[in-house]
Design a protein around this ligand. Structure first.
Ligand code: SPD
Length: 291
């Protein structure tokens, strides 16, 4: 069951974050509540943000602002890599990241490894905004453990996107050393891995730990930010790690215009600007990054 709280006679779906912060949205309807093998999965309809997916009572995506996260996760690496053909998504069961990846014509194949089938089915039924490309013929959707997949596969990828939950439950190993050693092994020489990297407002220790893991494996390390409504603190981050590719020096903004794609959040100016961080970020994670 989602956490529902009554205020002034109205029901709100709430997220209690790390025992010290609570945020909520006026509830219109509970659409699904299911305990999977891995986590509690809920979909609710809210008044202001449309349908919303929560895993273990933490908001994962909402109709209203999902585009910001998924566009920034996919297009920054895909417009930097000179010719991204093979993409791997770890997690991403709502389908939003795959949807954005598949808009790139160069992408011949996208493998997505999601551990929880209940999340995929829930989004297919109730969140078509994100899940509408999950049946695309260029997408190979595997219901499997991403940690195991990267340890065992011999396939090679140009871009790996780690679209994980928070580092608790099934998401925890996706922030660890072993996982990234394997990711590095399956990247092509110009390969890049972009990961959801939590927030510098409330979760700086998570960012420090993820970036120190990446710094042990890769040469070019960076963090870039975007703003959203649903995640605690509003300002959220992605990490960048690659041995060869630099997200600013290797970015050719003409490719964005030439792609003919239109966006709701991403654009070529933001691509570069997103890597400029507030000073408190540099104070916290400056020692791990060189972009
Ligand atoms: N605190 C929420 C962080 C969740 C990040 N991943 C969301 C998945 C969206 N595709």
């Amino acid at each position: 069951m989602a956490h529902i709280h009554k205020v002034n006679g109205q029901d709100y779906v709430i997220e209690i974050f790390e025992d010290h912060y609570l945020q909520g949205w006026k509830l219109e309807k509970e659409l699904l509540s299911k305990k999977s093998k891995f986590q509690q999965v809920d979909v609710v309809k809210t008044k202001s943000l449309g349908n919303m997916l929560l895993n273990d009572n933490l908001v994962m995506t909402s109709d209203r602002d999902e585009f910001a996260y998924h566009e920034m996760m996919a297009h920054v690496p895909l417009f930097t890599h000179p010719d991204p053909k093979n993409v791997l998504i770890i997690g991403g069961g709502d389908g939003g990241t795959a949807r954005e990846v598949l808009r790139h014509k160069s992408v011949a194949s996208c493998v997505m490894v999601e551990i929880d089938e209940v999340v995929v089915e829930a989004c297919k039924e109730f969140i078509p905004t994100t899940s509408n490309e999950l049946d695309n013929s260029r997408l190979e959707l595997l219901i499997d453990d991403g940690v195991k997949y990267v340890a065992e596969t011999n396939r090679k990828f140009d871009v790996v996107l780690v679209d994980s939950t928070d580092p608790i439950g099934p998401g925890a190993p996706l922030f660890g050393e072993e996982f990234y050693k394997n990711v590095k092994r399956l990247l092509n020489p110009k390969g890049v891995v972009v990961s959801q990297a939590e927030s510098g407002w409330y979760l700086k220790e998570n960012q420090q730990s993820l970036l120190s893991v990446l710094k042990n494996q890769f040469k070019n390390i960076g963090l870039y930010n975007y703003s959203n409504i649903t995640y605690p603190g509003g300002l959220w981050s992605f990490s960048w790690a690659s041995d060869e590719l630099h997200p600013i020096h290797d970015f050719n903004e003409r490719r964005v215009a030439e792609s003919g794609l239109d966006f709701k959040y991403y654009n070529s100016k933001l691509h570069t600007a997103a890597f400029c961080l507030p000073q408190f970020y540099y104070n916290s994670i400056g020692e791990y990054i060189n972009i």
